[in-house]
Design a protein around this ligand. Structure first.
Ligand SMILES: Cc1cc2nc3c(=O)[nH]c(=O)nc-3n(C[C@H](O)[C@H](O)[C@H](O)COP(=O)(O)O)c2cc1C
Length: 171
């Protein structure tokens, strides 16, 4: 699927994956999609940490977030990409959002599924921020912004509905 409008139309957040690994080539394509995204003043401050499903740091994060949760909040996706950015750059959240959406759409175009993940922000930017920033190998002075879990989809989901009229005002 390589038509952008088709990708946008068909995209949805995927929360069930097969065990099939994501190839190194696909992984690289996704990272490049993020790095090709625009950034404010062309700062290019986004850093990406690639974490495999079995890396113990994921279980640790989940345990700190919600020890009672039954399923994985990574939905057992084979890979999760953590986007970090300069702590003091005012546009970092916007830049990370644009970069992660590029990855989400690129994943769809490659026949993969993905879900953007923000739920771990509370833990990664909380009192254990320093510890987790080291464990996730964020560059010095960088903090967590957003993550995206990626894998081969084991489910089909149509895109969400929206209400054009109430979402738009022409003045
Ligand atoms: C900034 C952001 C954070 C999100 N965080 C999570 C999350 O932590 N867990 C999750 O399951 N989905 C998360 N999502 C996915 C949304 O729940 C999803 O996009 C929304 O329900 C609409 O569904 P759709 O993407 O399938 O259209 C996040 C999406 C965005 C944009």
């Amino acid at each position: 699927m390589d038509n952008i409008f088709e990708v946008i139309e068909e995209r949805s957040s995927i929360r069930k994956y097969t065990d099939e690994p994501v190839s190194e080539e696909m992984c690289r394509t996704l990272i490049e999609a993020a790095l090709k995204a625009p950034t404010a003043t062309n700062r290019k401050e986004i850093h990406i940490t690639v974490v495999g499903k079995d890396n113990p740091v994921q279980a640790e994060i989940q345990n700190d977030l919600d020890p009672d949760r039954k399923g994985s909040f990574y939905y057992d996706a084979p890979l999760t990409f953590y986007l970090s950015a300069e702590e003091d750059f005012g546009w970092s959240d916007v830049d990370a959002g644009i970069a992660v959406e590029n990855m989400h759409l690129a994943a769809k175009a490659l026949g993969l599924g993905s879900v953007i993940l923000g739920c771990m922000k509370k833990v990664l930017n909380g009192e254990k921020k320093e510890e987790y920033s080291k464990k996730l190998a964020f560059p010095e002075g960088y903090t967590f912004r957003i993550a995206i879990a990626v894998g081969h989809p084991d489910t089909e989901k149509r895109r969400h509905d929206f209400d054009f009229e109430s979402s738009v005002t022409v003045i």
